[in-house]
Design a protein around this ligand. Structure first.
Ligand code: RTP
Ligand code: MG
Length: 141
């Protein structure tokens, strides 16, 4: 088992639904520790920079507009195989295809309003954590 960190974002739809605590409970029950956390209203520039890899995709403008539609809850999670574990907890990008019991199956409404973001690789996790948190704001536990 490899101790890893990953970046998670509870998206505006799930913040609006008041399920931050329910989602944190899933992380904790799966053995993922919150090692950094903040609520933030992203600017258009911050959201575009975060999702820059999707810049050329047809859904980019909709994705950015959705991500700035309300505050998000951003956290770094630490645990064994944290990147894959978090992706497993999240479920498929499209909630219609997400396995029963996953965060997206239970809380997401559509492929746009899909409740959570999670880093898709260890390399991207390090980049994404550094995008939102200075190293001094991430707490080893
Ligand atoms: P995320 O980055 O948010 O964790 O989601 P993901 O890895 O499961 O999906 P990704 O391919 O990275 O896409 C980022 C977000 O863009 C929206 N999307 N829309 N309309 C579409 O075909 C489409 N494809 C992706 C989703 O909201 C997805 O979470
Ligand atoms: Mg992604």
């Amino acid at each position: 088992m490899a101790l890893e960190r990953t970046l998670s974002i509870i998206k505006p739809d799930a913040v609006a639904k008041n399920v931050i605590g329910e989602i944190y409970t899933r992380f904790e029950k799966a053995g993922l520790k919150v090692v950094a956390s903040k609520m933030k209203q992203l600017s258009k520039q911050e959201a575009e920079g975060f999702y820059a890899v999707h810049r050329e995709r047809p859904f980019f403008a909709a994705l950015v507009n959705f991500m700035i539609s309300g505050p998000v809850m951003i956290q770094a999670l630490e645990g064994d195989n944290a990147v894959t574990k978090n992706r497993d907890l999240m479920g498929a990008t499209n909630p219609k295809e997400a396995a029963a019991g996953t965060i997206r199956a239970d809380f997401a409404d559509s492929i746009d309003a899909n409740a959570v973001h999670g880093s898709d690789s260890l390399e991207n996790a390090a980049i994404e954590i550094a995008y939102f948190f200075p190293a001094t704001d991430v707490y080893a536990r």
